[in-house]
Design a protein around this ligand. Structure first.
Ligand SMILES: Nc1ncnc2c1ncn2[C@@H]1O[C@H](COP(=O)(O)OP(=O)(O)OP(=O)(O)O)[C@@H](O)[C@H]1O
Ligand code: SF4
Ligand SMILES: [Mg+2]
Length: 341
């Protein structure tokens, strides 16, 4: 699979700056309340027409980023901007945000009301927003057609009468119904068979062009994210450890964690197979995360400086940033300055 051509530089549709999100969790019998540090200083932007992929192991905060952006949960700190304008949690602001940003989740059946047929499911949000029934129906049929489902055959069906791939096509049609500019896909193809997954990914590429969309695409599968994304964001324990053009990161991963993620992937091509050992074990708990670089408990290059201080993002190439002491020539790490392109 090869990634789509890098998109020319355009204005950001979405910018998030310094997002912080903590969850309070209770210990046994409600005692020992603790804090999950789900997001720390997360900043990213999605330009018009661009697809930004987010990757990282389970629990690193991918869905939390998506839920905060959608306004389903409120960040503790940080700013969300749409077309440069800050968006708050007041009802008018949230309503506007959800017109611009829509989301498709992994669980295709949980997202659909089992009592509504497909047509009604797609018509629902536009009608709530004032579109007439006839116009909403015509638009729903058009969207079914565009997502590869013949309206004559599928409009009257119910969710349980569809396959997982067909249900996900309906969810995509529903996300398109309010004519958004940005769609967030949270593991939206992860539950599908490989052949269906490839069809849906190609559908997403077609729809992006046709409807002039931008995507934020979340997956734990680096192959899938690389295929669909222009830029990649790699997360570890609530923080961004690497970001940059998808092709560049795939070919020259900078951060030891990204290298390990890539090494852990099945790659049939021996020419591009990396030699780095995959990371072993589970990530540490986001309750009380490790000091300094959060990856130091699993990193083969960890030294005293890694435990003592948190690395800043360092620019190592065109639009390519890595948060690692080895990318900083002045960090004091014995390999300082060794990560470069
Ligand atoms: N409502 C909540 N209450 C407490 N902790 C939460 C809540 N939502 C998420 N978390 C915690 O925040 C961290 C980030 O979770 P999140 O769901 O964003 O991860 P993820 O990267 O999407 O994982 P996955 O790949 O498994 O979907 C995890 O440690 C998770 O347990
Ligand atoms: S800062 Fe240190 S521990 Fe963190 S990734 Fe770089 S070398 Fe590894
Ligand atoms: Mg998730």
């Amino acid at each position: 699979m090869s990634a789509p051509a890098t998109h020319p530089v355009t204005a950001p549709v979405l910018t998030v700056e310094g997002l912080e999100k903590r969850f309070a969790v209770r210990g046994t019998f409600g005692r020992n309340a603790k804090t999950v540090h789900a997001l720390s200083e997360v900043s990213l932007s999605v330009r018009k027409g661009q697809t930004v992929g987010i990757v990282g192991e389970s629990g690193c905060g991918k869905s939390t980023v998506a839920r905060v952006i959608m306004g389903l949960i409120r960040q503790d700190d940080g700013i969300i901007r749409l077309h440069g304008q800050p968006s708050d949690h007041l009802p008018a602001s949230l309503k506007k945000r959800r017109r611009i940003v829509q989301m498709v989740f992994q669980d295709s059946s949980a997202s659909l009301n089992p009592r509504l047929n497909i047509e009604a499911s797609i018509m629902f949000a536009p009608m709530v927003n004032g579109t007439s029934r006839d116009e909403a129906r015509t638009h729903a049929h058009h969207l079914l057609e565009r997502t590869g489902l013949d309206p004559a055959q599928f409009a009257g069906r119910y969710p349980h009468e569809l396959s997982g791939g067909q249900r996900q096509r309906v969810n995509i049609a529903r996300a398109l119904a309010l004519r958004p500019e940005l769609i967030i896909f949270d593991e939206a193809v992860s539950a599908l068979d490989k052949s269906v997954e490839a069809q849906v990914l190609n559908l997403l590429l077609d729809l992006k062009k046709e409807f002039d969309l931008s995507y934020l695409f979340i997956s734990h599968d680096l192959n899938v994210v690389h295929y669909i994304s222009d830029d990649l964001v790699v997360m570890y324990l609530g923080q961004i450890v690497e970001r940059g053009p998808a092709d560049l990161i795939y070919a020259h991963p900078g951060h030891p964690y990204t290298r390990a993620l890539l090494a852990a992937m099945p790659n049939p091509d021996p020419e591009t197979r990396t030699e780095t050992a995959p990371v072993f074990g589970d990530p540490p708990s986001p309750i009380d995360p490790p000091s300094g670089c959060r990856f130091h408990t699993r990193c083969p290059f960890a030294e005293a400086v890694c435990e003592a201080s948190q690395p800043d993002q360092q620019r190592i190439g065109a639009d390519h940033d890595v948060a690692c002491h080895m990318a900083d020539g002045t960090s004091g790490h014995s390999r300082a300055g060794s990560i470069e392109q």
